[in-house]
Design a protein around this ligand. Structure first.
Ligand code: HEC
Length: 111
């Protein structure tokens, strides 16, 4: 009986670690890299050198309805006025990662 319990526990822990930990870890790291290559040119430190008000800080994102992963995925995929679309340059996964990074940084105040 004890053996079975241990086995169940081990399997459970394995499942948790394969499905949650690596995905999250990859997200943050990937997102940061993608951001520094494709976005930092205009959005360094969460700012916006083209249209200053439309930065990536929490307040601005909220004001313009961009404070969700879905909204960020949408603007990155399709672009908007002076910001170009990234659907031909980044994969869906990369766009998701960079959007997760933007939201995470906005929460942290880009520090
Ligand atoms: C050429 C400069 C440029 C680059 C590169 C760029 N952006 Fe933008 N971004 C803009 C401009 C300009 C706007 C404002 C668009 C508008 O008129 O609403 C904007 C708006 C945004 C917004 C909405 C901000 C708000 O407060 O409404 C998000 C989110 C965003 N960009 C994310 C990204 C991400 C993520 C990347 C990289 C994949 C990226 N941008 C690359 C210029 C750029």
């Amino acid at each position: 009986m004890k053996k079975i319990l241990t086995l169940v526990l081990v399997i459970f822990l394995l499942l948790i670690s394969t499905f949650t930990l690596p995905v999250n870890a990859a997200d943050a790291v990937n997102g940061e890299q993608i951001f520094s290559i494709h976005c930092a040119g205009c959005h360094i430190n969460g700012g916006n050198i083209v249209r200053r008000g439309k930065n990536l800080k929490k307040q601005a994102l909220k004001k313009y309805g961009m404070d969700s992963i879905e909204a960020v995925i949408s603007i990155v995929t399709n672009g908007k006025s002076n910001m170009s679309a990234y659907k031909d340059r980044l994969s869906e996964q990369q766009i998701q990662d960079v959007a997760a990074y933007v939201i995470e940084q906005a929460e942290k105040g880009w520090r």
